[in-house]
Design a protein around this ligand. Structure first.
Ligand SMILES: Cc1ncc(COP(=O)(O)O)c(C=O)c1O
Length: 438
């Protein structure tokens, strides 16, 4: 095993990173097992974020590692354009089973960003295929994160991810976000206030006319902008309005999919059904990159009822990569055999109480929880937004704890294999970090 330091940090242009700051004092991970990373100095780092929300089954899960090794030794690559391999089909059937057959079909991508762009393209092509080519507008939401493709940043609602990149996609509008600390601070589960914000879709429809709108895309729980939990009734209302106006509803479940809320998907948790669902991350336990778009049967049918020939001009070289399929098949087995969702449900109340026990610590202005997710919002330092939480992130890492921060919000999302002792360790360390933070 190579645990040596890299000879130079210069050439890797790191993503979503303060490169200069990192390279001045790097944080380097060299191995992982279960719910811990090990850094290059040999320190154990408790993983409070399941990597980047993507390792629900814990690290180096033996079954997944074995499945990946076996497949790479058998079929390293196989195209899925005009041909296929068994694992891609087997996985699709298993995924349909995993959604209780509420979706009819799945399209594979290599990431969440690609899943989002794929879903948006399918929405446009679907309306065209059924003779409503005027439906070209896409509606996102403020403070949404839908990855980094041009489609995703256009429907996304994070200024920093949008402003350097020109005019983005045309014909995009945004719903307001639902975050409201005055009304909803310190919520457990869905907050009370804000279902009416879904009605803003009526305003957008009145402005543009439903005949021009293809799809609405939302994260059921917005993760990357700091754990924004939907108000009670909000998603149901959005569903009703989309149905009323013939607009497709897409749930971006890249974070919420695969157990994050203690249910298979957020659609199960909220009992609201989208027409398409984008996923990635936990789909393969983060072991091999993969994304997937789940689609209702009626959408797929619209293409299959069209002229003979290739029905959808879209796909990636690595769509349905055999090694990713093997990782995902093994991930689904681990979920089932280890009853991971039952375990997550069991520890959720303990998790929730532990997070909320931080209320009253210096700078904490809100705590919100749902499933095995938590957002801890800090008051920003005057004139330096994000600096306080970033300082907490660096201090936590130095103390052996991985947390994630976005702006001045700490977002936590541990592997579902976390046990009470890990929760105690996490909040023991984080509480200390917060107490000492200026
Ligand atoms: C809701 C959501 N959509 C899309 C993405 C993009 O996924 P990826 O980074 O795999 O492209 C993310 C990543 O965090 C996400 O949280």
């Amino acid at each position: 095993m190579n645990e040596a330091r890299p000879q130079s940090l210069a050439s890797f242009w790191m993503p979503f990173t303060n490169n200069r700051d990192f390279k001045a004092s790097p944080r380097l991970l060299v191995s992982a097992e279960g719910v811990y990373y090990k850094d290059v100095d040999g320190n154990q780092i408790l993983d409070g974020t399941a990597g980047l929300w993507c390792v629900p089954c814990g690290h180096r899960q033996p079954r997944i590692v074995a499945a990946v090794s076996e497949m790479v030794g058998q079929l390293d690559f196989a195209p899925t354009f005009q041909m296929g391999h068994p694992a891609a089909f087997d996985l699709a059937e298993k995924l349909m089973e995993y959604t209780n057959h509420r979706f009819g079909h799945v399209f594979y991508t290599n990431s969440g960003s690609e899943a989002v762009d794929t879903a948006l393209k399918i929405a446009l092509a679907y309306h065209k295929a059924r003779g409503e080519a005027s439906r070209t507008r896409l509606i996102g939401r403020e403070r949404a994160y839908h990855g980094v493709g041009f489609g995703g940043i256009s429907v996304g609602g994070i200024a920093g991810n949008r402003k350097p990149y020109g005019t983005l996609l045309p014909g995009v509008d945004h719903l307001p976000h639902t975050h409201n600390l005055e009304k909803n601070a310190y919520s457990r589960g869905e907050p009370e206030y804000g279902a009416h914000l879904a009605d803003e879709l009526e305003r957008i429809v009145a402005l543009h006319d439903a005949s021009t709108i293809a799809a609405v895309i939302v994260e059921p729980v917005a993760g990357s902008t700091g754990v924004l939990v939907p108000p009670k009734g909000y998603l149901k209302r959005l569903r009703e309005l989309c149905t009323k106006h013939g607009i497709l509803l897409i749930f971006d479940e890249v974070i919420t999919g695969f157990g994050r809320l203690t249910t298979p998907f957020a659609t199960d948790y909220f009992d609201v059904e989208p027409d398409m669902m984008t996923t990635a991350k936990g789909l393969t336990n983060g072991t091999i990159p993969m994304g997937a778009v789940f689609s209702k049967k009626f959408i797929h049918d619209a293409f299959m009822d069209g002229p003979a020939g290739i029905e959808l001009f879209h796909g990636y070289t690595y769509t349905g990569h055999p090694v990713a399929c093997a990782a995902s098949l093994a991930t689904l087995e681990v979920f089932k055999e280890q009853k991971l969702l039952d375990h997550a449900k069991e520890i959720q109340p303990y998790w929730e109480d532990a997070v909320h026990s931080l209320q009253g610590l210096p700078h904490v202005i809100d705590i919100r929880t749902i499933g095995l997710v938590a957002g801890i919002e800090l008051a920003p330092r005057p004139g330096a937004p994000g600096a306080r939480a970033y300082a907490a992130f660096k201090k936590a890492f130095a103390d052996g704890l991985l947390i994630r921060t976005t702006g001045d919000i700490i977002a936590l999302s541990p592997p579902l294999t976390f046990e009470k002792k890990h929760i105690d360790e996490l909040f023991g360390k984080l509480g200390k970090v917060l107490k000492d933070l200026d």
